[in-house]
Design a protein around this ligand. Structure first.
Ligand SMILES: Nc1ncnc2c1ncn2[C@@H]1O[C@H](COP(=O)(O)OP(=O)(O)O)[C@@H](O)[C@H]1O
Ligand SMILES: [Mg+2]
Length: 405
């Protein structure tokens, strides 16, 4: 092991410092950053430079050195403190360890002893290097109005992201995602919430319900009672752990702005806001966008997708976009028979009928989400001018008049 160890030495006097410095030359790992007998100056250097270790020698009056060790251990927690003293009593040794020193070196320093101490410091430093935690992408598929097809879309988007994905049913009181995947979960989100302090890959794996080699379901609890005990902080912790284990975490939250849904939306990298083209859904989408604005979500976090789109809907799409102030990134065609058949089969449509128009559009949207950039919309909805224009005209005029107030 030749990992370099940066060290700063504080001697009780210059001679002690020189003695320690000479001893350190016996170990090739040591890089002496600074040293001397000026406690104030070296204290500042240790805090600033954060060396691997600081050797603090203790003199006849141990008090100032013990105090310094205590302060350093809180100000420079990543620096290992080594106390050193001549003829130290066990009391002094103990005091220095209690103050925060990790090791003790008797003076004069013996090469053998120094090596053992530096080996241990090397191990401490390795443990300090934090391996950055992997963070999967979290996508919430949300609608503030039920029945727009969010569960259907969440399942299908999760089914075609092409990487390890966890689909999370956040309709904690009445989740229905097992039906969409034809699975029978044994464990649920409630089990993860209960064991959140020690959730690691192995424990997560024991609680999820696998659907395929890449897609797994985190089911909602079967009993409403266990859902009641789940707090927003638990949701935050569990989702955090899930994104450390999976490349994608796709959420199917409730259709309300309750605290659990908000915890989940806050944490998401992207919110797919789903609407159908009817007045209640368009209004509710507009309100959701206003709430997202108030919550401070950047607009690029929110992507609007129209579900159950049909050429039969007489609607000027540009008017919808103007009304919402956001572009629509996807139009999933309406095909009740196809959608329901896939649900009855318990298989995502992107798997059971991958070439259906719905599946093709969902796959296009998924590619947009996975960094493929905005994919061209395959079938640009035609513009039609009808009664809808009256609605938008009236709404826009109303908005403009409110802005003037
Ligand atoms: N593109 C679509 N075309 C036709 N029917 C659809 C489409 N997407 C969803 N549905 C149907 O809409 C119903 C509600 O879908 P669901 O995903 O449960 O809505 P939500 O979770 O938003 O309440 C389901 O019966 C589903 O089959
Ligand atoms: Mg649903």
């Amino acid at each position: 092991m030749t990992q370099p160890l940066s060290i700063i030495v504080l001697g009780t006097d210059l001679n002690t410092f020189k003695e320690v410095r000479t001893a350190l030359t016996s170990d090739t790992r040591v890089q002496l950053l600074a040293g001397g007998d000026d406690a104030e100056q070296l204290y500042g250097e240790i805090v600033r430079l954060k060396p691997s270790a600081a050797i603090i020698t203790i003199g006849a009056n141990p008090e100032p050195a013990i105090k310094l060790i205590k302060n350093l251990s809180s100000e420079a927690p990543k620096t290992a403190i080594i106390s050193a003293a001549r003829n130290a009593s066990s009391d002094v040794l103990l005091q220095s360890l209690r103050a925060g020193a990790r090791e003790f070196l008797p003076l004069p320093i013996r090469a053998e002893e120094l090596k053992t101490v530096l080996d241990r410091i090397g191990e401490f430093c390795n443990a300090q290097v934090e391996t950055p935690k992997k963070k999967g992408r979290m996508i919430a598929v949300f609608s503030s109005k039920g029945g727009c097809g969010t569960s259907f879309l969440a399942t299908n988007i999760a089914g075609c992201l092409g990487a390890r994905t966890a689909l999370v049913d956040l309709n904690l009181q009445a989740g229905d995602l097992p039906l969409f995947l034809g699975v029978d979960p044994k464990y649920s989100f409630a089990d993860m919430a209960e064991k959140r302090d020690r959730l690691d890959d192995a424990l997560i794996k024991s609680f999820i319900t696998p659907y395929s080699s890449t897609l797994s379901l985190v089911a909602a609890p079967r009993e409403a009672d266990s859902a009641d005990e789940i707090e927003p902080e638990h949701v935050f912790d569990v989702l955090q752990k899930l994104r450390e284990s999976y490349d994608y975490v796709v959420l199917d939250p409730q259709h309300t702005f309750d605290s659990i849904t908000l915890a989940a939306l806050d944490q998401s990298d992207e919110v797919i806001l789903v609407l159908t083209l009817d007045i209640p859904a368009i209004r509710s989408t507009q309100r959701a966008l206003e709430i997202f604005d108030r919550l401070g979500y950047p607009r690029k976090k929110v992507r609007i997708v129209v579900n159950r789109w049909s050429k039969m809907i007489d609607l000027d799409l540009r008017q919808v976009e103007k009304f919402l102030g956001e572009p629509v990134i996807g139009f999933v065609p309406s095909d009740y028979q196809t959608a329901v058949t896939s649900i009855n089969l318990g298989r995502p449509l992107v798997h059971s009928d991958p070439n259906s128009k719905i599946a093709l559009e969902i796959r296009r949207i998924a590619r947009t989400l996975t960094g493929g950039g905005p994919m061209p919309i395959m079938e640009e909805p035609k513009t039609k001018k009808t009664l809808w224009n009256t609605f938008f005209k009236r709404e826009l005029e109303f908005q403009a008049s409110m802005e003037k107030v």
